[in-house]
Design a protein around this ligand. Structure first.
Ligand SMILES: Cc1cc2nc3c(=O)[nH]c(=O)nc-3n(C[C@H](O)[C@H](O)[C@H](O)COP(=O)(O)OP(=O)(O)OC[C@H]3O[C@@H](n4cnc5c(N)ncnc54)[C@H](O)[C@@H]3O)c2cc1C
Length: 444
């Protein structure tokens, strides 16, 4: 867990999955094509075997394109196998009402359509591949953690209704009657279109689909270098090379510094998750935690949480600046305190699983699906700002469509990643910003 993408360019080779609840409850991984050995040719080489890379590979292979996916560790090893499990119509980090303020109503509606299409892509992929990933139907609630935040939820509601979203505002009484008994719940924006899923099983389903469509997927094959040979790009791994017409970079928070096209343009931020032991029957009854909704609060440094199908609580939030053992241990304790504060009935709850992962924040808070300025054959999709289950699955698909001549990427998303000013000092900037957020989150 000491890996820091701003210090080490590549995330390692052949590493095991993070010690997550998901890794502990997944089935045996489906077969892959083994580490790359020798030289192969492909139309498109994809670097990174998460949702972006696997979805892109699946959609390309389905269109008859010869694809090879190169993954440094194992498919789903990055964020895709270890996330918070929420899938809904999310696209970046802005509030929904910000879109209309920034770009006008028509663009905001189009972006909401794109976010909703991302959620639809996840549902389609699960159905098409018959992926058994423990889907929990229910919806998603954004919960006001202070009375003053209800006004912002109302703004969000008005904007979302004008975009045609299926949302409603719940009063605090409705939350305690129908969802849970707890603190920090003064009202909630409820989205009907949202699911929870088993992220690693979903990633492994995509692996099966990509290979079933004809792509090859090579674990333990970190790409160290991309060489140009005329119109061909040569990707060099320890065991062999891929000669390809086009290259897709799908590494998100796990290696933005390794390529000129993305270096200095993303802020990898640690996101941590704790999963508790199972609630006892008495705890469950007292907390009345009957909801099957995915939930998050209105903090800038938000907490996201849900009840898992086996009656554990999953809670995630932004981790420390760096994953040192001391900082991670302190963070784990703090997260358990947060659960106990939100749900007083769980005052004696403890954690069974704890892990972290690197999400990728962008300067403009939006994901980007673009091509490199100095190489029209190098494409990337990344910068999901911590909400990429649907956005990454969908961006992989949009990139595949673009490469097969049917470009549907919205112009706001097809711009190149904006450079971060003073990129060498990103962590300092993060520290200052997070302190300010922490202060603001606890004030009216
Ligand atoms: C703790 C946590 C909780 C989250 N919760 C949610 C949530 O509830 N809902 C939501 O929507 N999103 C969530 N996210 C974000 C979401 O998981 C990600 O946005 C999404 O999975 C990104 O997918 P990806 O395929 O782009 O990247 P990743 O899944 O991170 O995959 C990148 C891969 O690239 C590989 N790689 C890097 N360099 C090389 C190289 N040189 N050669 C070969 N391979 C390489 C890495 O090994 C890695 O496997 C969460 C993320 C984390 C960490």
């Amino acid at each position: 867990m000491e890996y820091d993408p701003l210090k080490t360019r590549n995330p390692g080779r052949g590493l095991p999955h993070a010690p997550s609840y998901w890794a502990a409850t997944a089935e045996a991984a489906p077969p892959d094509d083994g580490p790359l050995t020798g030289d192969i040719e492909a139309d498109v080489a994809v670097i990174g075997g998460g949702y972006t890379g696997l979805s892109c590979a699946y959609h390309l292979a389905k269109a008859g394109v010869k694809v090879a996916v190169l993954e440094a560790n194992r498919p789903g090893w990055g964020c895709s196998g270890r996330n918070g499990s929420f899938s809904h119509g999310s696209l970046g980090r802005h509030g929904y009402s910000d879109w209309a303020r920034l770009w006008g109503l028509d663009v905001a509606r189009a972006l909401f359509g794109e976010a909703a299409a991302g959620y639809a892509t996840v549902r389609e992929l699960i159905a098409e591949g018959n992926i058994n990933c423990d889907v929990t139907e229910g919806g998603y609630m954004k919960i006001a953690h202070r009375e003053s935040r209800v006004a912002w939820l109302r703004e969000e509601l008005a904007a979302l209704l004008s975009y045609g979203a299926n949302v409603e505002l719940l009063e605090r009484e409705a939350i305690s009657a129908d969802h849970f008994q707890g603190q920090e719940a003064f009202g909630a924006l409820r989205f009907a279109d949202a699911i929870g899923l088993h992220p690693l099983k979903y990633a492994q389903g995509l692996l099966r689909m990509a290979r079933g469509a004809g792509a090859t997927v090579h674990p333990e094959s970190p790409v160290g270098e991309i060489r140009r040979d005329g119109n061909v790009r040569v990707l060099v791994t320890p065991g062999g090379r891929v000669r390809a017409r086009e290259v897709v970079l799908a590494v998100n928070g796990y290696g933005p510094e390794q390529n000129r096209a993305t270096a200095g343009r993303l802020l990898p931020v640690l996101s941590n998750i704790v999963v508790t032991r199972r609630m006892t029957a008495a705890e469950k009854a007292e907390a009345n935690l009957v909801t099957s909704h995915m939930m998050s609060d209105t903090r800038k440094l938000l907490n996201y949480f849900r009840r898992l199908p086996d009656d554990r609580i999953l809670l995630g939030n932004r981790g420390p600046l760096r994953p040192t053992t001391t900082a991670m241990e302190a963070h784990r304790s703090g997260m358990l305190e947060t659960i106990r504060r939100k749900f007083p009935a769980l005052h004696a709850i403890d954690g069974d699983y704890f892990w972290g992962g690197w999400v990728a924040i962008t300067m403009d808070s939006m994901p980007h699906v673009a091509s490199a300025a100095d190489d029209a054959k190098l494409h990337y999709a990344m910068g999901y700002n911590g909400t990429g289950v649907s956005a990454a699955s969908h961006a992989g698909r949009r990139l595949a469509e673009r490469l097969t001549g049917d470009d549907k990427v919205h112009p706001i998303l097809s711009r190149r990643l904006p450079r971060m000013p003073f990129a060498a000092f990103r962590r300092l900037g993060q520290a200052a910003l997070f302190s300010w957020y922490r202060w603001r989150d606890e004030r009216d």
